[in-house]
Design a protein around this ligand. Structure first.
Ligand SMILES: NC(=O)c1ccc[n+]([C@@H]2O[C@H](COP(=O)([O-])OP(=O)(O)OC[C@H]3O[C@@H](n4cnc5c(N)ncnc54)[C@H](OP(=O)(O)O)[C@@H]3O)[C@@H](O)[C@H]2O)c1
Length: 307
């Protein structure tokens, strides 16, 4: 069924996040949007309230859902916590996602944001959706991969149990005017800090610009099923860290310093064949996306010819 995200009642968890804030900005002008987070930093409420998002403070690990309405048309679960405490993170990321779906069982669609961090590091590349799962991000965020895998399972269980059309989308590298991994690399280049890369070069990922992931949202609800549709979610073109840092260097004149060593994240390119087929390929060329990131966040760093 074609989905139009207009005049809908929408629940967005993680609205203050790097990824969630651009989504809130895109949806709020046309929908009634409620945003759930702990709002541990009270200052994160104001930008949301300014665009008409109703902020609801709730800890998905520990809070009661009683005060949360059950009546939403669409639910987008983008909250995530990486505290390093397994009990808390599993409770928030996995049980919280399942409880949220159970609570909103009358919704027309549920979108759970997952991550390519669910794939086993030594799996075949690029990773297809049926690749073996594993504790990919352990060296960076100890609880992350395990709780993202657990979250997918609780979401699938609840979707089937309550008959809620659901999609699980495994993000590669979301980025845009609200930041993302390439921006952290830019900040490291500015500080003269080395950027650690795996010897398994090129260090390929599938960066996806915020215009593209926002454009995909209606399609992700369109392909949702109670049996759950699981798909990779990234740029249709794989790009290496080395390439995007070189482009950041070209845009700014800053020189990336790479430190090649074992024990850092291995390349994690995803197969986008299923994504391209079900919800369409991405449109934003990565070079123009990264130029827009720099222009939005650090215009002072852009060479005049790229401004
Ligand atoms: N950023 C990436 O490069 C990337 C890559 C792959 C996948 N993803 C996925 O994309 C989604 C968004 O990630 P992000 O990096 O944009 O997130 P983020 O910037 O780390 O923000 C996390 C969000 O979750 C909220 N939150 C954390 N703990 C919570 C809890 N216990 N209860 C309720 N809300 C809680 C936070 O607000 P409070 O702290 O105020 O509660 C914040 O709004 C996640 O599903 C993540 O796994 C991101």
């Amino acid at each position: 069924m074609p989905v139009e995200l207009r005049d809908q009642r929408i629940l967005l968890t993680g609205p203050t996040s790097q990824v969630g804030l651009p989504i809130a900005r895109a949806l709020a002008p046309h929908n009634e949007v409620h945003g759930v987070a702990r709002f541990r930093d009270p200052a994160t409420r104001a930008p949301l309230e300014a665009i008409g998002v109703e902020c609801i403070a709730l800890d998905l690990a520990e809070g009661s859902f009683a005060a949360l309405s059950e009546q939403y048309d669409y639910v987008l679960n983008f909250a995530v916590v990486k505290s390093g405490d397994f009990a808390y993170d599993l409770c928030a990321n996995a049980e919280g996602a399942g409880r949220l779906l159970a609570h909103c069982r009358d919704a027309k669609g549920f979108l759970h944001c997952s991550s390519a961090a669910v794939y086993a590091e030594d799996g075949p590349k690029p990773f297809r959706e049926d690749a073996p799962l594993g504790d990919n991000h352990r060296m960076l965020f100890p609880t992350y991969s395990i709780s993202k895998i657990a979250a997918e399972t609780t979401v699938r269980f609840a979707a089937r149990e309550f008959g809620v059309p659901t999609s699980i989308a495994r993000f590669s590298v979301p980025y845009g005017e609200n930041g993302g991994w390439p921006w952290f690399h830019l900040m490291m280049m500015k500080a003269g800090s080395p950027i650690a890369v795996s010897p398994d070069a090129p260090n390929l990922y599938n960066p996806i610009f915020e215009d593209d992931y926002i454009a995909h949202l209606p399609r992700l609800f369109e392909v949702a099923t109670p049996e759950t549709t699981t798909l990779n979610w990234g740029g249709s073109e794989a790009v290496a860290i080395e390439e995007w840092c070189a482009w950041l260097g070209e845009l700014t004149g800053l020189e990336p310093q790479f430190e090649t060593r074992e024990g850092v994240l291995a390349p994690l390119p995803i197969c986008t064949e299923k994504m391209d087929r079900l919800i369409g390929p991405t449109r934003v060329d990565w070079r123009s996306g990264i130029r827009r990131l720099v222009k939005a966040r650090n215009p002072e760093l852009l060479k005049p010819e790229y401004a």
